[in-house]
Design a protein around this ligand. Structure first.
Ligand code: ZN
Ligand code: ZN
Length: 145
């Protein structure tokens, strides 16, 4: 699963960040906002094309400027982006359980440029449900979280 964020709002302790300019990697020790500059090259554009990926095997999430990571940094699987094959395509299809009204509200906000997190906060709809609604409409899309 892949999410693309230009500027993630905050980072969890232990996250590994990667500068998209000089490829320097560093770990975040405290919870809080993302650093403005890369500690090595001082570029303020270090998070440009920053991606957040989630491993489908161990559910580890990590941020990187790498367009196509080869391995999950935690469990080291190279199949981190491959869904479990035991599930059929039908079962994998996202079906959103929200009402048509709630979905319309989500799509309107999403199309206006809001992210899944801000929609979830503004509407009180659970993050996972907002995500399902967005993915149900366009399963191949890269969701903005
Ligand atoms: Zn850098
Ligand atoms: Zn993993």
């Amino acid at each position: 699963m892949q999410y693309t964020q230009t500027v993630p709002s905050s980072v969890a302790p232990g996250s590994i960040l990667t500068c998209s300019r000089c490829a320097h990697k560093w770990a975040i020790r405290k919870k809080g906002d993302l650093p403005k500059n890369c500690p090595k090259c001082r570029s303020t554009l270090w998070m440009k094309n920053y991606h957040v990926y989630t491993c489908m095997k161990c559910e580890h999430s990590w941020g990187t400027a790498n367009e196509s990571p080869q391995r999950c940094p935690k469990c080291h699987t190279s199949k981190w982006n491959t869904p479990n094959v035991s599930r059929s395509a039908k079962e994998n299809r996202i079906v959103c359980r929200l009402s048509p009204e709630a979905k319309a509200q989500i799509y309107e906000r999403y199309d206006a440029g809001e992210t899944i997190i801000t929609i979830s906060v503004a509407t009180g709809i659970a993050f996972g449900d907002v995500m399902d609604a967005v993915l149900e409409r366009n399963p191949s899309a890269t969701a903005r979280i």
